[in-house]
Design a protein around this ligand. Structure first.
Ligand SMILES: Nc1ncnc2c1ncn2[C@@H]1O[C@H](COP(=O)(O)OP(=O)(O)O)[C@@H](O)[C@H]1O
Ligand SMILES: [Mg+2]
Length: 240
């Protein structure tokens, strides 16, 4: 059986009286790309943050690689690379310097040639490697963050709205990179409001509405998830 990498079991999260996640259940297998799709305020970012241990579950459990966020959060964080909605790297440092700095925080040392290999893999243009990141586009910042994840050898990627604010070419390039990493065994948990993007990239999509999973869509052997089908389920939920 496929290894279960990320598991939500009857997971609920509350802010004051509000159930922001309500009895959420899903399992993400190794090498799978799973997308939680939902509108603004559905609870998507909260779901990721719960798995990173920054928001505690009110009930149920959140597990990564068999470890629970309530008991083993440090080990979980060492296995997960998290790309928040805006990737936080230092503008006054170059891409290479940022990578070295964040690797050093994780007590990892990599040769310059390995860093260059990772930046080449994510297709960050060479003339940017030694430029301050203040001059990077969002796409370039994301590539740098993914290169860092590769160098950390993080088996699980958490992505929050990864393609919002990217131009269409950058989106295609990003989706291609994620697909390649998943083929090589990385597990991807992404959250997004982008129906089309989720259908392009995900093996499975959970539709999240008001903290509840209200639909699951699965990719066929050779075909992407049907955009029309997901779009109509999404708009039926979110039509005001
Ligand atoms: N730290 C917080 N304290 C109180 N309420 C919050 C907090 N973070 C998010 N919320 C509320 O939880 C709900 C879900 O937020 P969020 O997970 O950010 O949604 P999404 O990422 O799907 O847009 C929203 O109603 C939001 O206002
Ligand atoms: Mg969000």
């Amino acid at each position: 059986m496929q290894k279960e990498m990320v598991v939500a079991s009857s997971l609920s999260v509350r802010f004051s009286e509000q159930n922001v996640l309500d009895d959420v259940n899903f399992k993400i297998g190794e090498g799978e790309v799973f997308a939680l799709l939902g509108g603004n305020g559905a609870g998507k970012s909260t779901a990721l943050k719960t798995f990173l241990g920054t928001i505690p579950p009110a009930s149920g459990s959140a597990m990564v690689m068999g470890m629970s966020v309530e008991k083993d959060i440090d080990s979980i964080r060492s296995k997960v690379a998290y790309l928040p909605e805006s990737v936080m790297l230092y503008g006054h440092l170059t891409g290479v310097e940022n990578i070295k700095y964040f690797l050093s925080l994780a007590d990892i040392s990599r040769a310059e040639s390995e860093i260059e290999q990772a930046l080449t893999r994510v297709a960050l243009q060479k003339n940017a490697w030694h430029r301050n990141m203040a001059h990077y586009s969002k796409g370039m910042r994301q590539k740098t963050a993914i290169a860092l994840a590769l160098l950390r050898e993080a088996p699980v990627l958490f992505l929050d709205e990864p393609t919002s604010g990217l131009d269409p070419n950058a989106i295609d390039e990003f989706n291609q990179l994620i697909a390649t990493l998943a083929n090589e065994g990385s597990t991807v948990f992404m959250v997004t409001h982008d129906v089309y993007g989720a259908c392009q990239i995900a093996h499975r999509i959970g539709l999240l509405d008001n903290g509840k999973i209200v639909g699951m869509f699965e990719r066929g052997d050779n075909a992407h998830i049907d955009t029309e089908e997901v779009h109509s389920a999404f708009s039926a939920r979110y039509r005001k």
